[in-house]
Design a protein around this ligand. Structure first.
Ligand code: NAD
Length: 268
């Protein structure tokens, strides 16, 4: 059965990737997309915006209008926009909401959770299936390998990235800290620079590289005196986030209302 999908922020990087990915996936039909008030992309064909053939669907302003035939809403926009859309979706037939938007503050996060009484919501800071699998494996490895195994996280990204370590590196660090039953802030080593002294037992270190067009490369290394174990993920295409979000949508539509993560989707 084909699920009907509406996409928020359809002219954005993720919005376009979702349109391109959706039309090639089985069981997935795009029925609408929104853009922000004042956007020059409003009323343009969402297929053309995504760099593919016209789909005869125009980017619209109203979430309620765009989603009137949809059962899944996918939102990679901005926190205030995502929250406003959820209020508007209340009177539609949408049952599952996939949220990739990042940067919600605590109050916004609490407001989001309120909507999970009505919708099956999947929210993730990283929708890549591979990253979520590696995250679960890192937590298990950190729990099973004792404190005498040092944990080092290395990430590489393109030269345009402005923050470090990446959100995904921090997510991997949190998983490792979780395995060690402590918050990351207690275990994170300050960046190595100058005379650092010896490495402290049980700490989690981060290293960062920035070069060229690397989409994203993350490696978590566990090291004892006698052996090294590495878990690594390399992103080869930005469409991994869209693919993960679509898979989450197909899973969520079969769930009762609730607040879910990618780990629930993948059964990890
Ligand atoms: P982008 O700026 O390219 O796209 C965002 C789009 O949303 C824009 O086209 C913008 O006009 C639109 N928009 C803003 N307000 C809107 C509104 N009220 N109604 C409709 N559309 C609106 O950004 P992006 O790179 O696509 O990222 C978008 C979000 O997704 C960011 O929060 C980013 O951090 C996040 N992201 C998450 C993942 C993940 O796996 N969870 C992956 C990539 C990006």
């Amino acid at each position: 059965m084909s699920h009907k999908i509406a996409i928020a922020g359809v002219a954005g990087r993720m919005g376009q990737s979702l349109v391109r990915t959706c039309i090639t996936e089985d069981g997935c039909e795009v029925v609408g997309g929104t853009e922000r008030p004042g956007s020059g992309e409003l009323d343009k064909d969402i297929g053309v915006l995504a760099g593919i053939q016209p789909l005869n669907i125009k980017a619209g302003l109203s979430a309620a209008e765009v989603a009137k035939e949809a059962d899944i809403w996918i939102d990679f926009t901005a926190p205030t926009s995502t929250l406003a859309a959820m209020t508007a979706l209340d009177l539609t037939g949408v049952r599952a909401i996939i949220i990739g938007t990042t940067g919600f503050n605590e109050a916004e996060e609490a407001a989001l959770r309120e909507f999970s009484k009505r919708f099956a919501i999947v929210k993730a800071g990283n929708f890549s299936l591979g990253v979520n699998l590696v995250t679960a494996l890192v937590e298990q490895a950190a729990a099973r390998l004792g404190d005498d195994w040092d944990i080092e996280i290395l990430e590489t990204h393109h030269r345009r990235k402005v923050d470090a370590p990446s959100g995904t590196a921090l997510m991997l660090g949190e998983a490792a800290a979780n395995g060690r039953k402590a918050p990351l802030k207690d275990l994170q080593s300050p960046p190595y620079d100058g005379i650092t002294g010896e490495r402290e037992t049980g700490k989690i270190g981060f290293s960062v590289r920035r070069a060229g067009g690397v989409i994203g490369d993350h490696e978590v290394m566990f090291g004892s005196d006698d052996e090294l174990v590495s878990l690594r993920h390399t992103a080869l295409d930005r469409n991994i986030f869209a693919r993960g979000a679509l898979r989450a949508g197909q899973w969520a539509i079969q769930q009762p209302p609730g607040f879910y993560s990618m780990r629930d989707v993948l059964g990890l």
